[in-house]
Design a protein around this ligand. Structure first.
Ligand SMILES: C[S@@+](CC[C@H](N)C(=O)[O-])C[C@H]1O[C@@H](n2cnc3c(N)ncnc32)[C@H](O)[C@@H]1O
Length: 161
């Protein structure tokens, strides 16, 4: 049984991690409870899932794909099942941050290797990925990623002139 506090805890985490974000895509958001918690914190959240019965929130009643136009500053997912990998790929494609609380893999991989795989995937796609944990029961580990900051080399003094 998933922890009922997960939406509040994750919404708090998202606002702390991405204080500059105004528009958030909530992927595999089920009934829209995370959306409610994000909206209560002043964010414009859009949930993607295929539940016809859901909370009265901005809700795109369809499966999320990489083709979705990017109208967000960050993309997040709580226990997003088959959408987990897509969230990481989408964040990399569009240069936005992501935060996910993975549960099951999309290919039968056990939990720990799946977490490692997702973190490595983010790194390979040009994201800095870190791991954190929410103070809740069940799958509580969070992977949070953001585009690597390109640091330009400073002008070097000319030597020998
Ligand atoms: C375990 S439920 C979690 C729902 C909700 N986030 C929660 O914590 O209660 C996984 C959800 O992922 C959704 N899902 C799976 N693949 C998806 C995709 N590509 N786009 C949107 N939703 C997806 C399913 O429809 C399902 O509602």
């Amino acid at each position: 049984m998933a922890d009922k506090r997960r939406f509040e805890l994750f919404a708090q985490f998202v606002t702390q991690q991405f204080p500059e974000a105004r528009r958030v895509f909530d992927i595999a958001g089920g009934m829209g409870k995370l959306n409610e918690a994000l909206t209560a914190r002043g964010l414009l959240a859009t949930t993607f899932d295929k539940r016809w019965k859901h909370a009265d929130v901005r809700y795109a009643e369809r499966l999320f794909t990489l083709d979705e136009p990017c109208e967000c500053d960050a993309v997040v997912g709580m226990h997003p099942d088959g959408a987990t990998r897509i969230i990481v790929e989408y964040a990399a494609k569009h240069g936005v941050g992501f935060a996910i609380v993975p549960c099951c893999s999309d290919n039968g991989m056990p939990y720990k290797p799946w977490m490692r795989h997702l973190a490595e995937l983010g790194g390979q796609l040009g994201l800095d990925v870190a791991e954190a944990a929410l103070d809740m029961q069940g799958r509580s580990r969070v992977l949070v990623g953001r585009p690597k900051v390109a640091i330009s080399a400073p002008d070097l003094p000319l030597v020998g002139h």
